[in-house]
Design a binder for this molecule. Structure first.
Ligand code: FA5
Length: 342
């Protein structure tokens, strides 16, 4: 009865080959009839059992049954797969390729980053080295080296968040002046853009305990306030795309002499008076002045040979001015509808 075992193998092999060619439900049905139908190949094998002894029937009956089950399972799998393919195809045919694509949100640059980029481009084009400072500073770099000893009343204007008695969150970016002069020899031109500063200021429309400053420092022989003024005009041209005038109002910062509050002519109304400049034609943006000889001596630069100027302005205020933002807190709130406008 060896031929039955051979037939089982052969039927299975040819079924597998035929199954590969099946690509729709009709073909699957024909295959089912050919192998498992009433006159199919498996049925014919069952018929041969009739002439066998009971032991042989037991032995081969089981094997033929296994074959039948295997073919049925394989066919069922094929049918499942065909149905899955068909429903995918149907879904695809419902897809309207003329529909516009789904919008993909890619985010926006924060107004501070936009202003930061404009400042960066301007100062790189003027050959300034862009530096970063430490947000956690020691008392010496934040105050002492800038001519603000412990007893000095100017400390009151910049109360900070202290980490230890000697370490604090920097209150201004003038710290980078000191660190740059400690490391570099004159002539030197550095700028620190969007440096985060911290003060124990109550928050209102123009103040926040965390804010950003741009700090510039230029040390060389023979520099004057006229050079400072020229540089600030360039800087404002980079931000507003318009020429502005610079006005210095005498002011006191212990690390510059002379020192000044610095104003620009209103880039929106060109000094005619508007809402932005509160009809004055001028807008105050920060401090500046000629570096104090004592500060130069603190970092071993000879004030008899070198002079220089520095300025420190609020970048948040610049961004508010440029983009018409009424409240500094909007820059920090992270409201998506606000940020989407930029
Ligand atoms: C200073 O911080 C000096 N270091 C500036 C300076 C640098 C003077 C170099 C001379 C030479 P002042 O405290 O005025 O100065 O701050 C400068 C600017 O930082 C202000 O004009 C303002 O635009 C911004 N600023 C200060 N405090 C806050 C605050 N709490 N919130 C938002 N902006 C602030």
């Amino acid at each position: 009865m060896l031929f039955i075992a051979d037939s089982i193998k052969q039927i299975y092999t040819s079924f597998e080959a035929d199954l590969l060619d099946v690509s729709n439900e009709d073909q699957a049905e024909s295959l089912k009839i050919a192998y498992l139908g009433r006159k199919g190949q498996v049925r014919q094998l069952f018929d041969t059992l009739a002439s066998m002894s009971p032991e042989e029937k037991k032995q081969y009956g089981g094997a033929i049954n296994d074959l039948k089950n295997k073919l049925q399972d394989a066919l069922q799998n094929k049918l499942n797969q065909l149905q899955e393919d068909k429903s995918k195809q149907e879904k695809l045919s419902f897809y309207d390729y003329s529909l516009p694509g789904r919008p993909f949100p890619i985010g926006h640059q924060h107004p501070l980053s936009l202003i930061g980029q404009q400042l960066y481009d301007t100062f790189r084009s003027l050959n300034f080295t862009v530096v970063d400072g430490n947000e956690i500073e020691d008392d010496y770099h934040n105050f002492e080296a800038l001519n603000i000893p412990k007893w000095h009343p100017a400390r009151k204007m910049q109360d900070s968040f202290y980490i230890t008695e000697n370490m604090l969150l920097r209150t201004h970016t003038s710290t980078v002046q000191v660190r740059a002069m400690e490391k570099m020899k004159p002539p030197l031109r550095i700028v620190s853009i969007n440096g985060r500063c911290y003060r124990r200021d109550a928050s209102d429309a123009t103040h926040y305990p965390v804010f950003h400053q741009i700090e510039g420092l230029y040390i060389d022989e023979g520099l004057s306030m006229a050079d400072l003024s020229g540089l600030l005009v360039e800087m404002m041209y980079g931000v507003f795309g318009r020429e502005v005038e610079i006005r210095f109002l005498p002011s006191y910062f212990p690390f510059v002499e002379p020192g000044a509050e610095t104003l620009i002519s209103c880039p929106f109304c060109r000094k005619k008076g508007c809402q932005v400049c509160q009809q004055s034609g001028w807008i105050e943006l920060g401090g500046s002045g000629m570096v104090h000889p004592q500060v130069l001596r603190n970092v071993n630069i000879d004030p008899a040979k070198y002079s220089g100027f520095a300025f420190g302005w609020g970048v948040d205020r610049l961004a508010m001015l440029k983009y018409g933002i009424e409240d500094i807190r909007m820059l920090m709130d992270n409201h998506i509808h606000f940020l989407e406008q930029f």
